[in-house]
Ligand binder design. Sequence first.
Ligand code: BMA
Length: 369
Amino acid sequence: MNSKIFSVTAFMLMSTFAACDGPDSVATSDPEATPQTVALLTNLKTLAARGTMIGHQDALAYGEGWYDEAGRCDFRDACGHYPALFGWEVGELEQGAAYSLDSVYFDRIRDYMKQVYAWGGVNTLSWHSRNPFTGGDAWDVSSSEVVASILPGGAKNALYEEWLDRLADFFLSLKDDNGTLIPVIFRPFHELTGSWFWWGRDLCSVDQYVALWRYTADGLRARGVHNLLWAYSAAGYASVEEFAERYPGDGYVDIVGFDAYDQPNSGFSDDVRARTAILLEFAAAHDKLPAFTETGSEGLKDPEWFENTLYPLLQGQGLSYVMLWRNAYNIPGHFYAAWPGYAPAAQNMRQFVEREDVLTLDEIGLLYE
Ligand code: BMA
C-alpha cells in the first residue's frame, strides 16, 4: 500500500470512529452530573451550530380554550410539529402544594416531562417561588430582606431548607421507565437584572444574589440532585459587565440567556439584537451555551410575527433555543404560540418552524446518548 492510500484509509477509519463516538463530552457545571445530563449539554452545544430549537411553556398542559386534554398541544396542532423544548413551572411546589401557580398538577408535570424525555425532547423548569419572608408571591417586592433571610443565620433559613427538600424530591422523582433520571434545564431566579421579583436587582446585593444561587445549587447537589443543567437568565442589560455582575460562576451555570417580550413601542428588535451580541460575547468567554430563554408577542397581534420579527433575530446567531411563553387557558388573549383557530398566525408559525435552522422535536436527533 503506498503511503497516500494508507493515510487516506487511516483518515477514513478515524472519521468512522469519530462519527460513532459522537462529540467528546463537555464539562457540566456539576462535576457529578448524570451521564444523560452530560450528554444533553454536549449534544446541545453541537446542535446550536445547526439551528435554534423552538420551545413553548406548558405546551402539553393546556392551551387556548382547553386544559389537560390527552394528546392536545396548541403548538403542534397549529403547525404540525411539536416544539423541541418544553417549559414547565414549579412555583408553589416549594409550599408542598399539589399544583403550580398556573394550576398544573405537579404529578401531571412529571408525566408530561417523562413523555417529552421519551420523545427525545428537552425539558426546562422555571420557579416563580413565593416570597419566603413576607408570604406574598414571587412579585412581592415589598421587602429587601428576603434573600438575607434565606441565607444561613437568617430567619427563613430553616424554611428554605424545607423548600430545597421538596424541590430535590421532585427532581429525583423525574425518572423514565427504566429508572433513569431525566435531565432538566433548571432556570431559577430569572430576570434578575429587573426588580419585579423578590430576588431582583434592587431587592438584594450582588453578593446576596450569588450566595442565594450557590446555596440553592449546593443544597440540591448535597441532596443527591445531579440531573440539572443550570440556566442563568437575565432581563435587560447594556454591557457584558452588567450581564456578568450577578453571575454565580462557571461552576454553577451551564446555559446563559435572557428574557425579552415584544411589547408595543419597546424597540424589541434592536434591544434583542444588542442583548444577543453581549450574551454571545459572554457565552464564548465562559464556554457556556447561549439561549433566548423566554419571549413572545402577547396575543400575536401581528400574525406574521414569527417570520417578520422573531426569525431575523435568530438567524445565524448560534442560540441553542428560544422559548415562547404560555397559552393560558383562562386569561383571554394571554397566548404566545399560534393555535389552530387563529389561522394567519398558525400559517406564519408553520413557515417559521419549517426553516432549516429552526428546530422542532423531529429534527434534534438523540440528545441523551
Ligand atoms: C407570567 C404570566 C402569569 C404567570 C406567570 C408565571 O408571565 O403568564 O400568568 O402566572 O408568568 O408562569
